[in-house]
Design a protein around this ligand. Structure first.
Ligand code: ATP
Ligand code: MG
Length: 149
């Protein structure tokens, strides 16, 4: 089964411009932490990297607001970059590598760049690969649990 083995986040929402690496094991993943600590931002980062273009889906008003601190403009014009590493041992993604790395970058003008295994690719081709691999945003089993106490 194809699963996300690693996530790299830089300059996305609460994540600073230093590269943050998160490793995942197959199976059920639970992310816990205090309110406002960035748990949901991890899921936002995943759907962003997989091509989500509706700001509301990632809980922002416009795509550039995904860039770290953009509203306070502490760092000037920067870009955000998110890499999703898929375990592809069973070759369900039709690419001849055991790990497939999907990368999306976004700049302050709201322009995106897409890469598969570090090779630049058009958004159209990027989405085609996701489609034939059965990876889609609507199928993503992202359950948001909000503790209301
Ligand atoms: N562009 C940005 N730059 C810096 N910080 C940001 C940016 N966008 C969002 N944040 C920060 O992300 C934090 C919220 O993160 P998130 O919603 O992921 O938290 P959470 O852990 O899911 O919280 P809860 O438990 O309330 O659901 C807020 O502190 C907010 O200021
Ligand atoms: Mg949350």
């Amino acid at each position: 089964m194809v699963y996300i083995s690693k996530l790299e986040i830089s300059g996305f929402k609460s994540f600073g411009f230093k590269n943050t690496v998160i490793h995942f094991q197959p199976g059920l993943i639970s992310i816990s932490g205090p309110n406002g600590s960035g748990k949901s931002n991890i899921l936002d980062a995943i759907i962003f990297a997989l091509g989500e273009n509706k700001p509301k889906m990632m809980r922002v008003d416009k795509l550039p607001s995904l860039i770290h601190d953009i509203n306070k403009n502490k760092h000037g014009a920067r870009t955000t970059k998110v890499k999703v590493h898929f375990n592809n041992f069973d070759k369900k993604i039709p690419i001849e590598s055991d790990t497939v790395v999907l990368t999306r970058e976004l700049n302050i003008n709201g322009e995106s760049l897409y890469y598969i295994n570090h090779k630049k690719i058009t958004r159209g081709k990027f989405l085609d690969v996701l489609y034939v691999s059965n990876i889609s945003l609507t199928q993503l089993n992202a359950i948001h649990h909000r503790n209301t106490t």
